[in-house]
Design a binder for this molecule. Structure first.
Ligand SMILES: [Zn+2]
Length: 177
């Protein structure tokens, strides 16, 4: 028990210096969170997922940046279990394995970016989701094979979070009856 506590203490207080995952994307960008209570833990755990995070930065984010010649704003990349849960996200989310990123490009319509990823880049992504919640929207993209089953790759989906949650609630309501 003593070991567990000291291990846990170290984990939470681990200070990680930022470093580049690819020429234009850093470890801090892909592990940030507005929930400061999870920040250190999130970065400490993300160190186990450097391989997928580097793929995300190199194979997906860099080509998008090169195409549109504008900075990409990452809103969420890797999420540790607690952070992911606090956001109401699924426990099978690829964010938990450093295999997904949410982002937008200022001044570029999401549809343009989605079209590029599907048609021009031809990248074998896992899921490409245009997510809308209240007045904000962003693009979720995840890694395809070998990180995700081939038959579940290249899915393009639109989600309105409000509708999604309402549907879930309805489902739960029905289940408990
Ligand atoms: Zn996402």
């Amino acid at each position: 028990m003593k070991n567990f506590v000291s291990g846990d203490f170290k984990m939470r207080n681990l200070i990680v210096d930022d470093f580049k995952l690819s020429p234009h994307f850093t470890f801090f960008e892909l592990t940030k969170t507005a929930n400061s209570g999870f920040l250190n833990q999130n970065r400490a755990e993300a160190l186990k997922y450097l391989k997928p995070l580097k793929h995300l930065a190199t194979d997906i984010l860099e080509p998008i940046r090169a195409k549109f010649k504008k900075p990409i704003i990452i809103t969420s990349g890797f999420r540790c279990y607690g952070l992911n849960k606090s956001l109401g996200s699924s426990n099978t989310s690829q964010h938990l394995k450093g295999e997904a990123a949410d982002f937008f490009i200022k001044g570029i319509a999401h549809n343009k970016v989605v079209k590029f990823l599907v048609e021009d880049l031809g990248f074998n992504f896992g899921q490409l989701i245009l997510e809308t919640e209240d007045n904000s929207s962003w693009i979720h993209i995840s890694l395809g094979t070998p990180f995700r089953d081939k038959e579940k790759c290249r899915q393009v989906i639109k989600i309105n979070k409000k509708t999604f949650y309402e549907d879930n609630k309805r489902q739960n309501f029905t289940d408990t009856k």
